[in-house]
Design a protein around this ligand. Structure first.
Ligand SMILES: [Zn+2]
Length: 132
């Protein structure tokens, strides 16, 4: 990564960093799309035959798991799309609540993070039972 001086420090979220995260998110999205296609095929295969009640119950259980997986994948893809949009609007990398820098290390670990660690911690304390 090229070093760009900015007030004696490296500029946060410069063009190169934006390009890096954009590529990372697009790769991730591509993988999820492949997985979503595979999940859908499994679901279609599962609904074809129901030989007996016991098997039907087990297939319906599998189907439930696949549906939840697919739901998670869809939500994540939506979140990635939203994040890609933020990069394109040059708003990526700043906390949605306080506006401070989220930080490269945190974004590296969680590219879709929209909150800085302080706001995220406060949020989790407030709504511990909910996922973001
Ligand atoms: Zn914050």
């Amino acid at each position: 990564m090229k070093r760009e001086a900015h007030n004696g420090e490296f500029e946060y979220m410069n063009a190169e960093q934006q390009a890096y995260f954009l590529e990372k998110l697009q790769d991730w999205r591509g993988q999820l799309m492949l997985e979503a296609t595979r999940t859908m095929k499994t679901m279609q295969a599962d609904t074809r035959n129901f030989p007996d009640d016991a098997e039907r119950a087990s297939q319906e259980e599998t189907l439930g798991i696949e549906l939840r997986t697919r739901d998670r994948e869809r939500k994540l893809i939506r979140k990635i799309d939203h994040t890609i949009d933020l990069i394109k609007r040059r708003e990526y990398g700043y906390c949605r609540v306080c506006g401070r820098e989220i930080g490269i290390a945190r974004l590296e670990a969680r590219p879709t993070a929209e909150l800085c660690i302080d706001c995220k911690t406060a949020d989790e304390l407030k709504e511990r039972h909910l996922t973001d």
